[in-house]
Design a protein around this ligand. Structure first.
Ligand code: URP
Ligand code: ZN
Ligand code: ZN
Length: 465
């Protein structure tokens, strides 16, 4: 069989194990896996030497916010810079949240998000719906599923933006989604007590005294844990399927594990910022840059989340990319309530999880692939098209050097961020080469792909792990 591209001499790493084998690509798919593929006359136009490298399925980031109007500005990475950053980070599929504004329908929001992506995305993409008014939006879910979008999110906070869902909304959505085979994603923070704590410190004296520290003083661990507990209760009694987004706490991870052991269909992702950063960042002069919702927690939480990934009770790692520039962040002017929330993340997710997971022996290389590439595809209905190295699946591949480290420097990155939470950190695991559906889009660590190459990927109903 004629092959277009052959990747030779590398070690293939999948969630199931490591093998020394070549990988042959024909068109957009993996066509052969075996020894010495390049030795027969297969007329391959391109041979990629992967000697001494890991060859892995490219990453799947199921939680991004590109070109999102948010907190008085717009997230600074759009579908062009965000997906270029993804490619350099070894990620070839991103899933964004299409959010309805005002009285918009979910379908209109999805149309709007298609417009943001089409013609400029450089890697593949999909969308989640967002339910901000369940009485209207639930009716639309069958049509979203038909469009290949079998997941939607509800926020338990953000009343000020008109996005918040109450318990009735979450309960009704889980009931209806159970019938449809869809999965509800939830941003779990407890708004009542959060608002009360914020009101308690809403005076110039405390704001001066504590500065950005108020960001985590008003969000103790129980703010996330109580909301996760409540969402799990609604999931358990309805029998629906629930996915906790950006889980940041030890107690949250315990609650999810206990529920899973009782047979409740709940999954949870975490993000690199909760695995490698701790709340000491808020003591820095530029601590406001690190503000996100939920906020960065403690070293004990980090340890618990790594354990959750190893034990498989934390389903996957996602970025929650919501890039803010220094200028955006600077509007806080000493009032933590005004800080635009969110961090850049697409370029550094895989290197951070590889370096702090694999090289620090918290994860095996196989678990790294499982949690960044395969399981996110499985839980979001993209597997095996994405997240796999099996013959017949999309040739979405990252080639990484197992030990070579590069210092993070935002000036040399594709993201529009003019800072990085990880500036100066030495990380291995950047993609030396990335292929998206058989086309090389990163070569020698540089983006070489095409604007508009990325395609929408319709998804099936979400699977179990
Ligand atoms: O602070 C964050 N995470 N911003 C993005 C929006 C969200 O809640 O995920
Ligand atoms: Zn959120
Ligand atoms: Zn988010």
């Amino acid at each position: 069989m004629k092959l277009d591209t052959i990747i030779t001499g590398g070690t293939l790493v999948t969630a199931a194990g490591k093998t020394r084998a070549d990988l042959g690509i024909r068109g957009e798919r993996i066509a052969a896996v075996g020894r010495n593929l390049a030795s027969g006359n297969r007329g391959a136009e391109r041979i990629i030497d992967a000697k001494g490298r890991y060859v892995i399925p490219a990453g799947v980031d199921v939680h991004v916010h590109l070109d999102l109007p948010f907190m008085g500005s717009k997230s600074a990475d759009d579908y062009n810079t965000g997906t270029k950053a993804a490619a350099r980070g070894g990620i070839t599929t991103v899933i964004d949240f299409a959010i309805p504004y005002g009285k918009e329908t979910m379908n209109r929001a999805v149309d709007n998000w298609f417009k943001k992506a089409e013609g400029i995305a450089c890697v593949d993409y999909s969308f989640h719906g967002t339910i901000t008014d369940y009485r209207r939006h639930l009716r639309e879910m069958p049509s979203l599923i038909e469009r290949g979008i079998p997941t939607a999110k509800e926020f338990m906070i953000y009343a000020n933006m008109g996005w918040q869902s109450d318990d009735g909304a979450i309960f009704s959505t889980l009931e209806e989604f159970k019938r449809l085979g869809a999965m509800l994603m939830v941003h779990a923070e407890s708004c009542g007590v959060l608002d009360l704590l914020m009101a308690r410190y809403d005076n110039p004296k405390d704001k001066r005294k504590y500065g950005v520290r108020l960001h985590n003083m008003t969000r103790p661990h129980f703010i996330e844990a109580e909301a996760i507990q409540r969402a799990i209760t609604w999931c358990e009694v309805t029998g629906g399927k629930l996915f906790i987004v950006h889980m940041s706490t030890e107690c949250g991870a315990d609650l999810v594990k206990e529920a899973q052991e009782r047979g409740v269909k709940v999954l949870a992702e975490t993000c690199p910022q909760y695995l490698v950063l701790d709340d000491a960042v808020f003591d820095r002069k530029d601590g406001h840059l690190f503000a996100s919702q939920p906020q960065i927690k403690t070293k004990a939480d980090q340890r618990r989340l790594w354990r959750g990934l190893r034990e498989n009770t934390v389903s996957n790692v996602s970025t929650d990319t919501c890039t803010c520039t220094l200028k955006h962040k600077s509007i806080w002017k000493g009032d933590y309530c005004k800080i635009p929330m969110g961090l850049p993340g697409l370029e550094t997710m895989m290197p951070l999880v590889y370096t702090h997971g694999v090289l620090k022996r918290q994860l095996t290389p196989e678990q790294f692939v499982q949690k960044c590439c395969t399981d996110p595809a499985k839980v979001m209905g993209l597997y095996p098209t994405k997240g796999s190295l099996d013959v017949g699946t999309d040739a979405d591949i990252a080639i990484i050097h197992p030990t070579k480290k590069t210092k993070v420097d935002w000036r040399k990155m594709e993201t529009n961020a003019d800072w990085s939470p990880y500036q100066g950190w030495a990380l291995a695991g950047f993609a030396e080469t990335t292929l998206c559906r058989g086309t090389v889009i990163v070569e020698d660590y540089k983006f070489t792909g095409q604007n508009g190459y990325g395609q929408f990927v319709p998804r099936k109903n979400p699977g179990n792990l």
